[in-house]
Design a protein around this ligand. Structure first.
Ligand code: TRP
Ligand code: MN
Length: 470
């Protein structure tokens, strides 16, 4: 249709039932495109690509991946977290890949997250809001636009929604058609997640089965014990004639970094019930540490959509920045709207986080505080691989809990890069992974993830921390 995004006049596909009023997007929301005039970081240079307009147009006419009603429900769940009445678990790949959109990989990831959720729910007697870095986590920020190897310089890999990983011109030149491919991969992923979590796979009576196929280790023995106790309790209640519908299914939400604004804009829809814009590429989106500039395009755009939002906060964040982010992204102080995902590094968390937490507490604003203990603890192993030490990761989690305890605030959640597979990317854990395993079991294209066992161990350690405060 040849519409350039700069003066976008596309009609939005409404999230509407037949007979409901159809709202159009840009016309109703003059501000929705003001991000286009603002500094925009971390985007591929592809606006003049011959397929750019048609890819955006196709995404705009595709059905939404999530429904605004689900997004609102998630916001209500996150309001409980902000209030200290639930815990948020976010986990998944650093960067999803198209190749890994398979039943096996998705089910291993979902099973691992469900197991972690069970450990946390049982350990801390708190409801857990379950969320995957899944079904849309395809775009990556990079420290430089170009990568040079020997004589050759090519665009950096920005995630499979933009370009390919292999270091060839064909793969590295950004291709807008990849956005359409990412949309379909996300749809397939979300479809399977929905089938799993609604269709019996997540039934708590199968709690022992989720461990099958994963290898033995101490965390598994502990898991088996909890699973056995839950199984007994559930069977006791069934014998008493109790029928709990809520044991059979669970809510599972999709989250990703809202980095690529062409993609997010094309998947924004106006909800016919509320007349408000929603990003429909996922339920929850976050703004990365590198794109959270107060006057930048990302903060402006996401301030205008109704989804619950996350913002990553690194060690250089100041209290005044945090307060300004609240003012821009949550001016109405809507419970559940805003989550701060803290990634300070174990060396900084105890020193830098208190001022931020106290400033927010004293301002009266209510946000969800989540620890991301992965991103501030990345090191380079002796043999060149990017890795993280399990002990550093855990120490940052402990620091996060200590800071909240001291401030009298609630440590609301955990954000981890993990997989259900038996990879070797992070060092340590009770299974002792060292550098020598990287050559054969390192699969991540970007950051190192906790494997299945390390993820379960992490859940036990976090459950212990949580039990202390609940
Ligand atoms: N519906 C409850 C919940 O989501 C109980 C539940 C069902 C559950 N399946 C689960 C909890 C799987 C954790 C994991 O919390
Ligand atoms: Mn990462």
């Amino acid at each position: 249709m040849g519409v350039t995004p700069a003066n976008d006049s596309r009609t939005e596909t409404p999230l509407t039932a037949p007979g409901e009023i159809v709202h159009t997007g840009a016309a109703e929301f003059p501000g929705l495109d003001s991000w286009r005039e603002l500094p925009l970081k971390q985007q591929p240079d592809w606006r003049n690509h011959p397929d750019f307009s048609s890819a955006c147009a196709e995404l705009s006419s595709n059905p939404p991946l999530v429904f605004a009603g689900e997004v609102d429900k998630l916001k209500r769940r996150l309001a409980l977290v902000a209030n200290g009445e639930a815990f948020l678990l976010q986990g998944g790949d650093c960067a999803e890949t198209f190749e890994d959109v398979t039943a096996d990989k998705i089910s291993a990831k979902v099973k691992t997250l469900l197991q972690m959720a069970v450990v946390l729910t049982y350990g801390a007697s708190l409801p857990v809001v379950k969320m995957g870095r899944m079904a849309g986590q395809y775009a990556k920020p990079r420290s430089s636009d170009m990568e040079t190897r020997g004589e050759v310089t090519l665009p950096s890999f920005r995630g499979e929604i933009v370009n390919g990983f292999d270091f060839t011109p064909e793969m590295r030149i950004p291709d807008p058609k990849r956005m359409v491919q990412a949309y379909h991969k996300s749809a397939a992923t979300l479809n399977l997640i929905r089938a799993f979590t609604e269709g019996g796979f997540a039934d708590l009576r199968a709690v022992q089965q989720w461990n099958k196929g994963f290898m033995e280790n101490p965390a598994h023995a502990r898991y088996e014990q909890i699973a056995g106790e839950i199984d007994r309790a559930v069977r006791f209640m069934s014998a008493c004639g109790v029928e709990f519908e809520s044991l059979k299914r669970t809510e599972f939400y999709a989250a990703h970094e809202a980095l690529l604004l062409d993609y997010e804009r094309a998947l924004t829809r106006i909800d016919s019930r509320t007349g408000k814009p929603y990003v429909t590429s996922g339920h929850f989106v976050w703004i990365g540490e590198r794109t959270r500039d107060l006057d930048g395009a990302h903060v402006d755009y996401l301030s205008r959509v109704r989804n619950p939002l996350g913002v990553k906060l690194g060690p250089s964040t100041t209290p005044s920045t945090v307060l300004e982010l609240i003012e821009k992204l949550d001016p109405e102080r809507e419970p559940g709207r805003l989550t701060f995902i803290v990634r300070m590094g174990t060396a900084n968390v105890r020193e830098k986080l208190p001022a931020l937490v106290e400033a927010v507490r004293d301002s009266g604003a209510k946000v969800v505080w989540v620890t991301d203990p992965m991103h501030g603890n990345t090191i380079t192993a002796k043999n060149g691989y990017k890795t993280r030490r399990f002990d550093d990761v855990m120490d940052e989690v402990r620091g996060f809990f200590e800071v909240h305890q001291a401030a009298g605030t609630y440590p609301g959640g955990l954000h981890v890069e993990m997989t259900g597979d038996d990879v070797a990317e992070c060092l340590g854990g009770s299974d002792v992974i060292d550098e020598s395993a990287f050559d054969t079991r390192y699969e991540s294209l970007v950051d190192p993830r906790l494997n299945h066992k390390q993820s379960l161990e992490m859940a036990f350690l976090v459950a212990e921390q949580l039990t202390r405060i609940t």
